[in-house]
Design a protein around this ligand. Structure first.
Ligand SMILES: [Zn+2]
Length: 397
């Protein structure tokens, strides 16, 4: 490594991080470095344990056997990321290949940025004391709302009352690590793109639907952030001009038609209007206390009202997807969040409407899948995003 500039070795490692197993000739293409330089750097990285050789069949090669691809090695380095969920921090430590090593959950009053920051620092200190100098000194965080990835400021997260909250810089100052913040849906999408349902799709579109709605677009396996980190704020795409009012001041935005909050509200409204539903037949039923799990249970029993509401919500989602498919022509769409996982009927309707409404040759080739990764995907995506700009490879040591 000594004869090579750190920037060259970092460029090689970054190319392998982003694209997975690469041959030496593909590495030369991606980095613009000569074959001789690639050979020298890769030999050094192999000796240091950053990368390993992979046979075509997918098995790491034994010593002396021919190998064609280079991939990151699951060595002793640790990367740390976190996501602020509706309940608190979901933090996790990963090896370089994205395998989870440990998780740290921490309940917190998410309405208080000060409380969230204090709890975060404590929990990260726990992880740092566990792994010590094995940690790459960078932190990635997935946060709710419109998050400015460049300034570290949460511009607006109406769901938890944050507006103009400086988060990345103060956390970075307290921890002594560069801290990169990104919208949590877009973080989950990046994890799906690199490690989950979207690994073969380029471009890939991720749409997260829970209490809010947001998307991420991934081109050549990297997040397209837009000018201020706001690319993917699809929750406020206008869909139905006569729809319910939205906190943004408009009516009928996607978020007030298909989020979990919107679906629950629509079922409540229909029951109050007298639509028959098995939910309303229960003893001591109070429509005001209706929750998402009531919808899940009713749908599983074939409740016609709930199924109608889910189909209508799915159709609205399908119209939004059709617009996105026509605009970006993604190879694959990954749907994540609580709503798609709870309601396959809504996903089926959305997919059908997307295929009907988008331009036919494009729509028919667009694959729609559910997200694969478990709850820590936001933490994995956030640290992956942070390392995209703050990975210094062997120079870290
Ligand atoms: Zn809106």
């Amino acid at each position: 490594m000594s004869s090579q500039k750190p920037s060259s070795s970092t460029a090689v490692l970054q190319a392998i991080r982003l694209h997975g197993g690469l041959s030496r000739s593909r590495l030369a293409e991606f980095t613009g470095l000569s074959r001789a330089t690639i050979s020298e750097i890769s030999n050094s990285l192999l000796r240091q344990g950053w990368i390993e050789e992979l046979m075509d069949g997918g098995t790491p090669s034994g010593k002396g056997r021919p190998a064609t691809l280079l991939q990151l090695a699951s060595n002793d380095r640790v990367m740390v990321g976190g996501e602020l969920t509706d309940d608190g921090w979901a933090l996790a430590a990963f090896d370089l290949t994205g395998q989870v090593l440990s998780q740290e959950a921490c309940a917190v009053d998410v309405w208080s940025p000060q409380a969230a920051k204090a709890a975060l620092i404590d929990s990260i200190d726990t992880l740092r004391s566990r792994y010590g100098s094995r940690c790459l000194p960078v932190l990635g965080l997935g946060l709710a709302g419109l998050v400015n990835t460049r300034t570290g400021v949460v511009e607006s997260a109406a769901d938890i009352g944050w507006r103009g909250v400086e988060f990345g810089v103060p956390v970075s100052r307290d921890l002594g690590w560069p801290t990169i913040v990104v919208n949590r849906h877009r973080a989950r999408g990046l994890a799906e793109c690199r490690y989950g349902a979207g690994v073969t799709a380029d471009p890939m579109l991720y749409v997260g639907i829970g209490s809010g709605v947001a998307a991420g677009l991934y081109i050549h396996r990297q997040l397209f952030s837009g000018a201020h980190g706001g690319a993917g704020e699809i929750g406020h795409i206008p869909i139905n001009p006569d729809g319910p009012p939205c906190p943004c001041g408009n009516r009928g935005c996607l978020q007030v038609l298909v989020s979990s909050t919107a679906l629950v509200r629509e079922v409540r409204r229909s029951i109050r209007d007298g639509s028959p539903s098995r939910i309303a037949d229960r003893n001591h039923f109070d429509v005001e206390f209706l929750q998402m799990h009531d919808l899940t249970e009713a749908e599983a029993h074939g409740d016609p009202l709930v199924r109608r509401v889910l189909r209508v919500g799915g159709a609205y989602l399908g119209m939004a997807l059709a617009g996105l498919v026509n605009t970006f022509n993604p190879e694959g769409i990954v749907l994540g969040g609580s709503v798609p996982h709870a309601f396959p009927i809504l996903v089926d309707e959305a997919t059908q409407v997307m295929r009907q409404r988008a331009i036919m040759p494009i729509a028919s080739k667009t694959c729609v899948q559910l997200a694969h990764l478990p709850a820590w995907s936001g933490a994995l995506g956030a640290i992956s995003y942070a390392l995209d700009t703050h990975f210094t490879g062997p120079a870290v040591r």
